[in-house]
Write a protein that binds this ligand. Structure first.
Ligand SMILES: Cc1cc2nc3c(=O)[nH]c(=O)nc-3n(C[C@H](O)[C@H](O)[C@H](O)COP(=O)(O)OP(=O)(O)OC[C@H]3O[C@@H](n4cnc5c(N)ncnc54)[C@H](O)[C@@H]3O)c2cc1C
Ligand SMILES: O=C(O)C(=O)CO
Length: 325
C-alpha cells in the first residue's frame, strides 16, 4: 500500500487530506502537525469568501480555484455541522476600483451608485453589494477531520524538523505548513501579516461591511470585527488599543454594533507569500529514493477563499502517474 503524508492540519492540510483520500482510496494517508484546531491560524479566520491579501501568477488557475472553492462551500450550506452560511453586504473603497474578477461567482453582485456610497460614509469612491459565503474554519475543520478519520485517515502530533527525512518512508509528501514553511523548507518568501479581530454578539447586524481598513463579517453565532494587517509583525499578544480602535471604527461604519457584547479577542498571522506556492517537486534523497513533494501554502488572507480549489489541484499535481497509489 502506498504511503502519503500531509504536513499541517489547518484548512489547507485537512482539505488536501480529504481530496487525496477520495482520489487514492487504497493509500495510507497520514496528517502530521505540531498544532491543531482550535489553536492555529485557520481558527482566527472569519471564514469570509473574499480574495484578500494573496498573490498568484496564474489568473486562469486562480479563477478556477476561486470557483471550485465557492461552489464547494455553497454545497456545504445545507449540512448542519459543516459551518457554511450565506451573507450579504457592502464592500466599499476609498479609490476607484475595477469590477473584481470574482464578481460572476458571488450572488447578486451590484455596483453601488454615488448616492449609496455617500450614505455609507465619507470618501468612498466605489463599491459593491453582493451575497457571498462564510465557512467557519473551526467548525469545518472538525467536520472534515471526522470524515477523514472515518475513512481510515491517521493523525499524528509531531513537529517535522526536516521535510526530506520524511521521504524515506512516504511516496508523496504534501506540505501544508502555512507560515511554518519559513523554517520547514527555509522559504524566506513567506512572512506574517498580523491580523487582530474581536468576536462580538450583535444580533441586530444583518449585513457585512468592509472598506479596506476595517470589516464587520457575519458568522452563525457572532460577528467578527477586524481587520488590522501588519506586515512582518509576529506579535501574538492582543493589543488593547488596537482592539478599542477596531471596535470604535466599526461602530462608526455599522452603528447597529453599539452596545455589542464582546465575546473574545484574537490575533492571527496570515501566511503571506510573494505568490501562493502550489507546485510539485521531486526529491531524490541520499538513499536515491524519489519522492513527490507537493507544496500548498502561502494563502495570505484567503486560505478559506481558496482552500478547496487548491486541494483539488494538489491531487492533479500528484497526478494520474500515481494511479497505482
Ligand atoms: C485575522 C485573520 C482573519 C482572516 N480571515 C479570513 C477570511 O475571512 N477568509 C479567508 O479566506 N482567509 C482568512 N484569513 C486567512 C486564513 O486564516 C489563512 O490563509 C489560512 O488559515 C491558512 O491556512 P493554513 O492551513 O495554510 O495554515 P494554518 O492554519 O496556520 O495551519 C498550518 C498547519 O501546519 C502545521 N505546521 C507548520 N509547520 C509544521 C512543522 N514543521 N511540523 C508539523 N506541523 C507544522 C501547524 O501546526 C498547522 O497545523 C484570516 C487570517 C487572519 C489572521
Ligand atoms: O482578515 C482577513 O485576512 C480576511 O480575509 C478578512 O476577510
Amino acid at each position: 500500500m502506498s504511503n502519503i503524508v500531509i504536513i499541517g492540519a489547518g484548512i489547507a492540510g485537512i482539505s488536501s487530506a480529504l481530496t487525496i483520500q477520495k482520489k487514492f482510496p487504497k493509500a495510507k494517508i497520514t496528517i502530521i502537525a505540531d498544532k491543531f484546531s482550535p489553536f492555529i491560524t485557520s481558527d482566527v479566520a472569519a471564514g469570509f469568501w473574499w480574495p484578500y491579501l494573496v498573490n498568484f501568477p496564474n489568473p486562469d488557475l486562480l479563477n478556477r480555484i476561486c470557483r471550485d472553492t465557492f461552489n464547494y462551500i455553497s454545497s456545504l450550506v445545507e449540512k448542519e455541522d459543516a459551518g457554511a452560511m450565506w451573507q450579504s453586504g457592502y464592500e466599499v473603497n476609498r479609490e476607484l476600483t475595477e469590477i473584481p474578477h470574482w464578481a460572476p461567482l458571488v450572488r447578486g453582485f451590484r455596483r453601488l451608485n454615488e448616492d449609496e456610497l455617500n450614505r455609507l460614509g465619507e470618501g468612498y469612491k466605489s463599491g459593491q453589494f453582493f451575497t457571498t459565503l462564510a465557512l467557519e474554519p473551526t467548525t469545518y475543520i472538525a467536520y472534515a477531520t471526522k470524515e477523514f478519520l472515518s475513512k481510515g485517515g491517521i493523525i499524528k502530533q509531531e513537529k517535522v524538523e526536516n521535510l526530506v527525512e520524511l521521504t524515506d518512508s512516504f511516496d508523496v509528501v504534501v506540505n501544508c505548513s502555512g507560515l511554518g514553511a519559513r523554517d520547514l523548507v527555509g522559504d524566506k518568501q513567506i512572512s506574517p501579516i498580523r491580523g487582530q479581530i474581536i468576536r462580538v454578539r450583535a444580533p441586530r447586524v444583518k449585513h457585512f461591511f468592509c472598506d479596506g481598513d476595517y470589516y464587520c463579517l457575519l458568522n452563525s453565532n457572532c460577528v467578527i470585527l477586524g481587520g488590522t494587517h501588519d506586515e512582518g509583525e509576529w506579535n501574538m499578544e492582543v493589543n488593547q488599543d488596537t482592539a478599542k480602535k477596531i471596535l470604535e471604527e466599526n461602530i462608526k461604519r455599522t452603528p447597529e454594533l453599539k452596545g455589542a457584547e464582546i465575546i473574545s479577542h484574537h490575533v492571527g498571522l496570515r501566511p503571506f507569500r510573494s505568490s501562493l506556492r502550489l507546485e510539485k517537486e521531486t526529491i531524490r534523497n541520499t538513499n536515491g529514493r524519489e519522492t513527490t513533494v507537493i507544496h500548498n501554502y502561502g494563502h495570505g488572507g484567503s486560505g478559506i477563499t481558496l482552500f478547496w480549489g487548491c486541494a483539488l489541484h494538489v491531487v492533479e499535481l500528484i497526478g494520474n502517474g500515481k494511479a497505482h497509489l
